[in-house]
Each structure stands twice: as C-alpha cells, then as structure tokens.
Design a protein around this ligand. Sequence first.
Ligand SMILES: [Fe+2]
Ligand SMILES: [Fe+2]
Length: 206
Amino acid sequence: MNSASKPNIELHVPPRDLSDRFAYSFVKLLRFFADLFFRKRYGHRAVVLETVAAVPGMVGGLLQHLKSLRHIQDDKGWIKTLLDEAENERMHLMTFVEISKPTPFERFLIMIVQAIFYNCFFFLYLLSPKTAHRVVGYFEEEAVISYTAYLQELDAGRHENVEAPQIAIDYWNLPKEARLRDVILAVREDEAGHRDVNHAFADELN
Ligand SMILES: [Fe+2]
Ligand SMILES: [Fe+2]
C-alpha cells in the first residue's frame, strides 16, 4: 500500500497525434477551471470530480457492449474492465463524501456538469473511442497529481489526517486504525491503474 515511494506513480504519456493533442488540451482546460474553483480544497475537489470520473467507464462499457452485440464479436474483456472502473470511481465518491460534504452550490454544479459531461462524452465515444479513452487517460494523470497534492497538504499538517471512513476500510481492506492518508494512497493507486488501462485502450484503437 505504500505507493508514496513508487517513482512512477506520476506518469505522462506525451500526445502523439491530433486526437491525443485534442484530448490533452481538453483535459488541461478542465484542470484550469478545477484549479480556479477548488484551489486547495482537495476534499471538495475529490467529491465533485469523482462524480465526473465515474461516468466514462459506464459510457464506454455500454458502447462496447452494444458494439459486441452489433458485430457479434468478443469484447476482449473491455466491457467488464470499464464497468469495474465506473464502480471503483463511484466507491471513491462514496468514500470522499464521508470526508467532505459538498456545499449546496457544489451539488448544483454536480448536476449541471453531469448533464453536460455525460452527453459530450457519449458523443465523443461514438465518434472516436480512441480520443475518449485518451481523455480518460489524461484525466487520470491529473487525478494522480491532485491526490499527490492532497497527500502533501496532509503531510504539511494543513489538512487533518482524520480516521478513514468505515466504507473505505471495508472496500480496500485497510487496517482498522487506517487514516485518510492510507485512503488517498489507495485511491491514487486506483487512478494510476485507470490511467494505464485507458492509455493502453487508446493505443489499441490506433
Ligand atoms: Fe477516482
Ligand atoms: Fe479516476
């Protein structure tokens, strides 16, 4: 579980073509707005952004499922991987909402963002699954960076290292005395896994 010492936890796949550059610019633009809005409120940032992060896996899973039916062709395990990713991201949300409660304005924002993001991502995936997976790969690169920054806030004592919520202890099989830091390490490891899977899917769709 001690992934803080892993040298390659923050990894970046350089954009190689137009589709990658589009994905990267799109994610960097969203990052700019997220930084502007949340600044160092990492708990709130996690809650709001995990409501977005849990969408692509479900959309990708659905569209790969339909593709498998339509072409009567094996999915090479993609559907389950993507649906598992959506479920894992939803568990991140259920965990962080125990740590930070969204403000009424954030709850409003979550609804608006879901309405826009779900539709945009759905159409992006229909048009270019490769770009859609690259977008998720870059999202996850940013998620890893944000959770590292969250850890730094904890380590600097600017954020209380509270007890881990029970839901997190159960989900990641953490020891009973686990703290928020252990939870963030586990979540960051998940994000790095999604990053690698989605970049690999984008590569395969070349
Ligand atoms: Fe997540
Ligand atoms: Fe993620």
